[in-house]
Design a protein around this ligand. Structure first.
Ligand SMILES: *Cc1c(COP(=O)(O)O)cnc(C)c1O
Length: 405
């Protein structure tokens, strides 16, 4: 029998809004009866180029008519091309394709352990992670995430993760021991509440890794693919990792993840050491190559940077004007967070009443993750809706509301 209150047969692991969409156009999502919502979720940083982008639609339609799947038993010319482009535009020499962020992270964790094992130090398998992190929902990535609310009830967490306070260099130093294999961090914590760290902190992590022979691992599943105004967020502070996980924006809405690594870091990953049935499937790599076609146009990232700067200015002014509702604007590029004074859920509901969609994050933050193609007019529209939502939350209660309390 299905859940008696909703009669849904979907496993009830998500608290879904009572709202469904039939189609999308750019930054808009449209219900079956034609109501238009401004989408500042981008499917949680996935639809980086908005909905129904003509170049992505054409690429996927053309690939769908040719070939869907061949497995990794055979060569993949389009997969080769995607990997070569990702390497050309990053620190990496090798790419493994997976289907999700968690899988890309699993590869990163396995690769880091295998690197030391291959170098004759199999006892080095532990990875230092940070409080407030989010790395996925598989057993290993949950252990890396380290939050009790996600781990409780699922048995002993996978061994080998040492969590320290975010941004605390002394704690990192103290956690490094003879079993340490690597340090794993998000350039900006997304789920954790849009929390950035000082560029100097990342430089110090790089130095610590070099000094102790550790691999530096960046989880750019959310921050990657233009979200912060550079193709990869770490390019903003000029510190390259040894291993990096990508997913969300990579396929523009088609599921694909990737683990990128230097030749040195990848040296343990020999034939048979890892795999995936679907990873790098022709449809997925066609979608991701189409995303790169758009993002690698010379004016694409500069335009993201300029609209992001404008968004920051306008949103900061809203924060100033509604101190009863908002206390802080956080984030980089178009990975933005509004720290709320009211419960974040109330702000999200007020935004939804204005037909604007946002995403919850930790630390009572409401994330704003618009498609990177956001125009100035659409930004202005969003700011007006946010102002109306804030005004509705800061308005003095009506007599009727006061009497109801
Ligand atoms: C979303 C996310 C993941 C997990 O990705 P899935 O595709 O949901 O498995 C991992 N790391 C970060 C930083 C994320 O934002």
């Amino acid at each position: 029998m299905a859940n008696s209150t909703t009669s849904s047969h979907l496993l009830p692991v998500f608290a879904r809004a009572d709202l469904a969409f039939e189609r999308g156009e750019g930054v808009w999502l449209i219900t079956a009866d034609g109501e238009r919502y401004l989408d500042f979720t981008s499917g949680v940083a996935v639809n980086a180029l908005g909905h129904a982008h003509p170049h992505l639609v054409a690429a996927l339609q053309q690939q769908a008519a040719k070939l869907w799947h061949t497995s990794n038993l055979f060569k993949s010319p389009e997969g080769e091309r995607l990997a070569a482009r990702l390497c050309e535009h990053s620190f990496a020499d090798f790419v493994f394709f997976a289907n999700s962020g968690a899988e890309a992270m699993e590869c990163a964790i396995k690769m880091t352990r295998k690197y030391h094992a291959t170098n004759g130090q199999p006892e080095r398998y532990r990875i230092i992670t940070f409080e407030g992190a989010f790395h996925g929902r598989t057993l290993a990535t949950l252990a890396a995430t380290g939050a009790a609310k996600y781990l409780d009830g699922f048995g002993p967490p996978v061994e080998g993760f040492d969590q320290v306070p975010h941004g605390d260099l002394d704690a990192v130093k103290a956690a490094i021991g003879p079993a340490t294999a690597g340090i794993l961090i998000e350039p900006v914590q997304g789920e954790g509440g849009v929390r950035a760290a000082d560029p100097a902190f990342f430089r110090a992590l790089r130095e610590l890794c070099d000094e102790h022979g550790l691999l530096l691992m960046f989880d750019e599943v959310q921050t990657g693919m233009g979200r912060t105004g550079e193709l990869f967020a770490h390019q903003r502070f000029g510190v390259a990792p040894d291993v990096m996980a990508l997913a969300k924006g990579l396929g523009g809405g088609f599921p694909i993840g990737a683990c990128l690594a230097t030749a040195e870091a990848a040296s343990g990953m020999t034939p048979g050491s890892h795999g995936s049935t679907f990873g790098g499937n022709p449809l997925a790599v066609a979608a991701a190559n189409a995303v790169l076609d758009v993002m690698l146009e010379p004016d694409f990232l500069p335009r993201v940077q300029s609209i992001a700067l404008l968004a920051k200015q306008k949103l900061a002014s809203v924060v100033d004007r509604f101190p009863q509702v908002l206390s802080e604007l956080r984030g980089e590029g178009l990975l933005l967070g509004l720290k709320a004074v009211v419960p974040a859920a109330e702000l999200m509901a007020a935004l939804r009443a204005e037909k604007m969609l946002s995403v919850a994050a930790g630390d009572n933050v409401v994330r704003l993750l618009p498609p990177l193609i956001l125009s100035e007019a659409e930004l202005a529209e969003a700011v007006e809706r946010l102002e109306r939502a804030c005004a509705s939350l800061s308005a003095p209660a009506t007599t009727a509301q006061r009497e109801a309390v």
